[in-house]
Design a protein around this ligand. Structure first.
Ligand SMILES: Nc1nc2c(c(=O)[nH]1)N[C@H]1C(S)=C(S)[C@@H](COP(=O)(O)OP(=O)(O)OC[C@H]3O[C@@H](n4cnc5c(=O)[nH]c(N)nc54)[C@H](O)[C@@H]3O)O[C@H]1N2
Ligand SMILES: Nc1nc2c(c(=O)[nH]1)N[C@H]1C(S)=C(S)[C@@H](COP(=O)(O)OP(=O)(O)OC[C@H]3O[C@@H](n4cnc5c(=O)[nH]c(N)nc54)[C@H](O)[C@@H]3O)O[C@H]1N2
Ligand code: SF4
Ligand SMILES: [Mo]
Length: 682
């Protein structure tokens, strides 16, 4: 006779760097995961998860999970380790860091990003630890800085149209976003709008699965979105599709912007964008004459040098037509500003522990250059210790050759907190086993919607793994840092993460809390800028313009002659950046590292579909399989990211080709501003 099984359900929150921030319902039996579903009662989730996270059990109980601390026994990068006890690992790490900190704590560099977006396992205890040491600070620029800075300059905050309101829009521009891959729950609202008669237009160099399902697709050249926005403004002006009253009251610097836009007739914009003038006119007509019209802008289009200027220009469009008057009009790039109002980073991260010191800040995008820097009076000390958590820089940072050269330095002491032996962990002196979202407490705010979601542990830590928070707590103890804040447990950190007035009891009781937000944020203006207006230009803020790619025929003709193809590397649907690449079922769905080429570009190089190719430029070479077809537009090739190097064809990935150059605003990464050529692999 079978013994009856007792199942429990636990409320969790998806930790990934995805605007949807789903609530998960985890069913467990003892310590076994029975199933993982989307919460039906959580409004943004609606009971639906993406394929990746539906497979979370496969990742959590992966046979290759790191379950004990590991110490390097082979050459750097070889991935040869032996298990050691926590005490041995932490005592040795503490001794090494103490010695370096005694010389100069800025020689210690933390490196983290959004492996988890949880506030507790993100920069909570970790930030306290590094602040107390006075370590170098990290500018977390790799994803969204150009667009984020552009929103702050234009609107004064990173807020916009509420995602669920798109269901009521009559026209939706899906601009630089592959929503089906990267923003699935937005796509559900866009589908609802489509069923109700709305027109959907995708603006994307790649014919994505999302673009395919829109009524129209404008495949512009990468990095030309600013020119398109100026061309649209030109048409809005000459046809008088403007909301003069809204502009008068709520837009600063309109006369100057008007003058600039009038220099961008559709012919000029179309020439720059690689579109027809008719396509620009049609788009302007649709946008100028349909209400409510909403733009789902996403970060794909700002990963180029001119990304900041382009976002500023696009963000001004709904201010000119008065689309902001409608709750279902306007623009959404980020909703993170809503949660910012309730978060209390001073209490969570304790910058006061710096005690008046202002350590240097290094940009995570230029990790390669920074690790290879010998140190100088302007740079500061050479980086001697690198502590990586929630990130896989060997795979995801640009210009990998330099990142790897840095990680291979014999005199660099590297500690990596991880679930798996990633490309980065392979270069560690110590790998420390971290818990996953199913094994620790956390709370996650969203940058795509307006709910705050609690994560309760469903399982005890697997093996000897520990939450990031606990690893930093113990490291602090081993280093003799005795500030009482290092004793705060994770549930205390959740409380400390928010200002008084945020209903923490409701969060703990219900599992999520909706933030108090207005339905139509800028219907009456009220932009949180110094002037209270949306800003085209202002004292100290120059007018935005189209800024061509750093690597482009316009700016670098000699380079473009040698490397005539623009290379973009957007996310693969079944991976989350470099996460999930080692999960067999998801890797099987992506099949292999690939490069999409247009038939013309393939034919010109004697490349046929399915053939192995090398993609190359002066920075390096990436081997993958050619997919010849209409997903790529002529002159642009798409290498879907971000494979683990060691699972790739020649031990590299897309970032072997990308550059460490920064964006015009915010010091962001320029992954999609990259020229290459392609040849058949002999
Ligand atoms: N499945 C899956 N989901 C993800 C991720 C993932 O890796 N996998 N990553 C997550 C993260 S970290 C982020 S930041 C978001 C990113 O999601 P998005 O913000 O949507 O950004 P990307 O996927 O980088 O790019 C979106 C689209 O922009 C297009 N694009 C590239 N260059 C340009 C350009 O110059 N102009 C225009 N108009 N379009 C351009 C690309 O072809 C791509 O289809 O997605 C998150 N969601
Ligand atoms: N060429 C190219 N490169 C890109 C991009 C692109 O579009 N093209 N996209 C860029 C973007 S938008 C982003 S956001 C970055 C993303 O870069 P990262 O934030 O580094 O993202 P991931 O590659 O997902 O790596 C996260 C790592 O954190 C680990 N992790 C997850 N949870 C935990 C935890 O609780 N504790 C610990 N210790 N570890 C944990 C995971 O196992 C994983 O290895 O990549 C960028 N790189
Ligand atoms: S990755 Fe995005 S869509 Fe998938 S479960 Fe997480 S929040 Fe939801
Ligand atoms: Mo990102």
């Amino acid at each position: 006779m079978n013994t009856p099984t007792i199942q429990r359900t636990v409320r969790a929150a998806c930790p990934h760097d995805c605007p949807d921030t789903c609530a998960l319902r985890v069913t467990v039996e003892g310590e076994r995961i029975v199933r993982i579903q989307g919460e039906t009662a959580h409004p943004p989730t609606q009971g639906v998860l993406c394929t990746k996270v539906s497979r979370y059990a496969e990742r959590t109980d992966h046979p290759e999970r790191v379950l004990t601390p590991l110490k390097r026994i082979g050459p750097k990068g070889a991935g040869q380790f032996q298990p050691v006890s926590w005490d041995e690992a932490l005592a040795d790490i503490a001794a090494r860091l103490r010695t370096i900190a005694a010389r100069d704590p800025e020689a210690i560099l933390p490196y983290s990003y959004a492996g988890t977006m949880g506030l507790v396992q993100g920069e909570g205890m970790a930030a306290r630890f590094f602040n107390r040491l006075g370590a170098s600070r990290l500018h977390r620029s790799i994803c969204a800085e150009a667009g984020g800075e552009a929103l702050l300059q234009t609107y004064g905050a990173k807020i916009g149209t509420h995602v669920e309101r798109f269901a009521e829009s009559r026209l939706i521009l899906i601009w630089g976003s592959n929503s089906i891959t990267a923003n699935l729950h937005f796509w559900a609202h866009a589908q609802a709008a489509k069923r109700a008669g709305a027109k959907l237009i995708a603006i994307d160099p790649r014919r994505t699965e999302t673009a395919e399902k829109c009524h129209q697709h404008l495949a512009l050249r990468p990095g030309t979105d600013g020119a398109l926005a100026l061309g649209l403004m030109h048409e809005l002006i000459v046809h008088d599709w403007l909301d003069h009253d809204y502009i008068e009251r709520h837009v600063e610097g309109w006369p100057a912007l008007r003058e600039r836009a009038l220099q961008w007739p559709p012919e000029r914009a179309a020439e720059v964008c690689g579109l027809t003038p008719e396509a620009v006119r049609q788009l302007a007509h649709d946008y100028g004459t349909t209400a409510p019209a909403a733009i789902r802008l996403n970060y794909g289009m700002q990963r180029v040098h001119g990304g900041g200027n382009a976002v500023r220009l696009i963000a001004l469009l709904p201010c000119l037509t008065g689309a902001w008057r409608h709750a279902a009009g306007g623009l959404l790039l980020s909703a993170s500003g809503w949660a910012k109002a309730v978060k209390n980073p001073d209490a969570l991260e304790r910058p006061d522990l710096l005690a008046g010191r202002t350590p240097r800040t290094l940009n995570m995008t230029t990790l390669g250059a920074d690790l290879c820097h010998p140190g100088s009076p302007t740079f500061g000390p050479k980086v001697e210790a690198l502590i990586v958590y929630n990130s896989n820089p060997a795979a995801i940072a640009p210009d990998s050759a330099q990142v790897i050269a840095g990680l291979k330095r014999e005199d660099l002491f590297t500690v990596v907190l991880e679930h798996f032996l990633t490309d980065t962990a392979d270069h560690a002196d110590y790998v420390l086993p971290a818990t996953t979202q199913l094994e620790h407490w956390d709370v996650v705010c969203s940058y795509g919607h307006t709910w705050v979601t609690l994560n309760e542990p469903a399982l005890a830590p697997r093996g000897q793994s520990l939450p990031n928070s606990d690893i930093f707590r113990r490291l602090a103890a081993h280093m003799g840092l005795d500030d009482p804040c290092f004793a705060d447990d994770d549930r205390t950190l959740i409380r400390q993460a928010f200002h008084e007035g945020f209903d923490i009891e409701a969060l703990l009781r219900d599992g999520w809390v909706h933030l108090d937000v207005p339905a139509a944020p800028f219907a009456e203006g009220g932009f949180p800028t110094p002037s209270g207006q949306a800003r085209a230009c202002a004292p100290g803020l120059p007018l935005p313009d189209h800024v061509p790619n750093l690597e482009s025929p316009e700016r670098t003709p000699a380079l473009a002659a040698r490397y005539p193809l623009a290379f973009i590397s957007p996310p693969a649907r079944h991976f989350m950046n470099s996460t999930f690449v080692n999960v067999a079922s998801l890797r099987a769905a992506e099949r292999e590292p690939l490069l999409e080429l247009h038939p013309q570009d393939a034919a010109a190089r004697g490349i046929v579909d399915g053939q192995p190719v090398r993609v190359f430029n002066d920075r390096g070479e990436y081997h993958c399989t050619a997919h010849v077809g209409e997903r790529a537009r002529p002159g642009v090739v798409n290498g879907l990211g971000v494979w683990w190097r060691k699972l790739g064809r020649n031990g590299t990935n897309v970032n072997e080709l990308t550059s460490q150059a920064l964006t015009d605003l915010g010091g962001g990464a320029t992954f999609y501003d990259c020229l290459v050529d392609v040849a058949p692999l002999a």
